[in-house]
Design a protein around this ligand. Structure first.
Ligand code: F0G
Length: 383
């Protein structure tokens, strides 16, 4: 069956009501899981691997959700015969790249509009929706400001909202959990999954995917799931850092510039879903099966560079996961006989500007990042 490739190998778990003709497949999913070499494993204090979701068609994990969401949308458009449909999203750069790609593939009657915070997406990310022919609106402010605008649009006009509030997105992104489980031969005992947290759609989907497999009896144990946030954008960490659940109060935070720019979000729209799944996770997996870690900007950059100097192609958010793994080890939250799978959510090349600033020691002071001399001295350009 040619349609059921990539994430759609799991279509009974994500999209069983869809007709095959509506499935939009651009090669998403089935991304490689690459074990860290001995040097990195020694640095981390345990064996681990990166899952390279940067090897998706628009170079981030967002394609998993978009493939599923656009398949449902295509089915709806066919059913209703609409002659024009605006697809809209707010984005830190990757959702917009993916949404514009899928909309341009399907073509008429879809038209893609994306809202970006001015100056807070990388040049590579900005070029993606432009290259796919989307209308790109840049507004002053941060992602959270863009999100308010598109939520308002979705409440008042007939537009298709493609942010992770859209449950079809979450369904597609559950495929990440299915692929990890399959790679582990459906045995998740002693496995830990690290996910960077921004708008919190990814961690919702990952927990939801594992819970679904557990409920169906496909896996008998849940893995442990660790969310990771930068200290410059950490509302979910702040909430869970209060030990006593009865005393936890959710508060949006004001973000400051972060190298994990794609996750630089002060008020994640999927936070209520995280809370819901976290409770279910702990009810089945016990205390410690879901945790959120905070890491520094410095450790994120050092970790990204260290990973990529050892054969990986991790973006800053992938670096954030690796920094989270080292933090978990340092805090004694993870044992050396466990195995970690880190989500390298996008391709490193989307974030090469941060790498350049690292090597040239030119980070603006608000990031608070200095190059680690041992790492930064390594590359050489000989002309
Ligand atoms: N990593 C990358 C590369 C991302 O693009 C994002 C989110 C995240 C991690 C965080 O995932 O939001 O599901 O918690 N990017 C969104 C965007 C917000 O607009 O591209 P999350």
């Amino acid at each position: 069956n040619t349609a059921l490739r990539g994430i759609f190998r799991f279509y009974e778990l994500m999209a069983p009501v869809l007709e095959e003709e509506d499935i939009v497949y651009l090669g998403e999913g089935n991304t490689p899981i690459i074990e860290a070499n001995d040097h990195l494993a020694e640095k981390a204090g345990l064996r681990f691997a990166f899952k390279n979701d940067g090897q998706n068609p628009s170079a981030s994990f967002k394609d998993r959700g978009m493939a599923c969401a656009f398949s449902y949308l295509k089915a709806l458009v066919r059913k209703h015969g609409w002659d024009e449909v605006l697809t809209v999203c707010a984005s830190t750069g990757d959702t917009s790249a993916a949404a514009a790609l899928y909309a341009s593939y399907i073509g008429s009657p879809l038209k893609s509009v994306v809202l970006l915070p001015h100056g807070k997406v990388t040049p590579q990310q900005l070029s993606q929706p432009l290259g796919s022919g989307a209308t790109v609106l840049e507004i002053p402010g941060v992602f959270d400001d863009c999100m308010k605008v598109v939520e308002n649009l979705a409440e008042n006009y007939r537009v298709a909202l493609l942010n992770s509030k859209n449950s079809w997105r979450i369904l597609g992104q559950e495929s990440y959990a299915f692929e990890v489980a399959q790679w582990c031969d459906w045995d998740l005992k002693g496995k830990c999954v690290f996910v960077p947290v921004g708008n919190a759609g990814n961690i919702t989907a990952v927990m939801g995917g594992f819970l679904k497999l557990h409920r169906l009896g496909i896996i008998s144990e849940l893995p442990r799931v660790f969310g990771v946030q930068s200290h410059h954008a950490d509302p979910v960490y702040q909430y869970y850092s209060v030990e006593d659940p009865a005393k936890r109060v959710y508060k949006p935070v004001t973000v400051t510039p972060s190298v994990a720019q794609a996750a630089m979000i002060g008020n994640p729209v999927s936070f209520p879903r995280v809370k819901h799944f976290a409770e279910q996770f702990e009810a089945i997996g016990g205390k410690g099966s879901f945790q959120v870690l905070q890491v520094t900007e410095q450790s994120i950059m050092d970790s990204m560079i260290e990973a990529n100097m050892n054969g990986h192609i991790a973006c800053t958010q992938g670096g954030e996961c690796y920094a989270g793994l080292k933090r978990a080890k340092e805090l004694g939250l993870i044992a050396e006989d466990e195995f970690a799978i880190l989500d390298a959510t996008a391709h490193a090349l989307k974030f090469s500007g941060f790498q350049d600033m690292y090597f040239s020691n030119s980070f603006p002071p608000q990031f608070g990042v200095q190059p680690d001399t041992a790492l930064a001295n390594a590359p050489e350009l000989v002309i």
